[in-house]
Design a binder for this molecule. Structure first.
Ligand SMILES: *Cc1c(COP(=O)(O)O)cnc(C)c1O
Length: 220
């Protein structure tokens, strides 16, 4: 609440500067404001400052906060950026406009079923575990292109992008470069990469959206 608008504007300016420096068109990068753990009182100032794209990492938390906010602001676009359990696919398809964390066949099959059942079609990204970290969600990079193909051919899903969370203790550049290469190979256009600490780097490597939480809402 303490100056969410000011910090939002700083992030917007930095993204614009990074776009210019990278020779990319103005507005080619979407800022996803990550509001996880923050309540309505923190989110409203961002909405009033014109922010319309938000990210949440838990279906349950989002289901408590967002239906009312979305009813008041129908142009809000909500992204799921956290792991998805197959028993939450129904709720996720009903609530989110973009699901960034498709990472296994079981989830792909559940999402396909719910999309047909509900007639609602969120955009879907495949999460890639670029660092092959055992504890982290996401498909292994060596299997990513084949998985995108399976999503299309086996599950009849449209995949629009890839997403990654680089290992916390590594230089993110090579991970962003890997995700960009995999996206080209898989034939998808959107790249969700970059967080509070490295979103300008991600813009340089071709991010089409960056997920920024603490730099806007404060520390969690
Ligand atoms: C929390 C989270 C973010 C935002 O992280 P900050 O460092 O606060 O910007 C981005 N992406 C994912 C997947 C997250 O869970």
């Amino acid at each position: 609440m303490d100056d969410v608008e000011g910090r939002l504007n700083v992030a917007r300016e930095r993204i614009a500067a990074a776009e210019r420096e990278a020779g990319r068109p103005a507005g080619s990068v979407t800022l996803v404001a990550v509001s996880k753990t923050f309540d309505r009182e923190h989110i409203l100032p961002a909405i009033h400052a014109g922010q319309r794209v938000f990210g949440e990492n838990r279906v349950q938390e989002a289901a408590q906060k967002w239906p009312a906010l979305k009813a008041d602001h129908p142009d809000i676009e909500l992204h799921l950026i956290g792991p998805l359990q197959s028993n939450k696919a129904r709720e996720a398809v009903a609530l989110f406009d973009v699901i960034e964390t498709v990472d296994r066949d079981k989830i792909a099959a559940e999402l396909a079923k719910e999309i047909k059942r509900q007639g609602r079609q969120p955009h879907l990204y495949v999460q890639v575990n670029t660092g092959s970290e055992p504890q982290k969600a996401g498909i292994d990079p060596r299997e990513a292109v084949a998985f995108v193909t399976r999503c299309r051919t086996v599950h009849d899903l449209t995949i629009d992008g890839l997403m990654c969370i680089p290992p916390a203790d590594e230089n993110p550049g090579p991970h962003f470069a890997l995700l960009e290469k995999l996206a080209r190979e898989a034939g998808v256009e959107r790249l969700s990469m970059g967080m509070s600490g490295d979103y300008e780097v991600a813009v340089r490597f071709g991010a089409t959206s960056v997920r920024v939480g603490s730099a806007i809402f404060g520390s969690r």
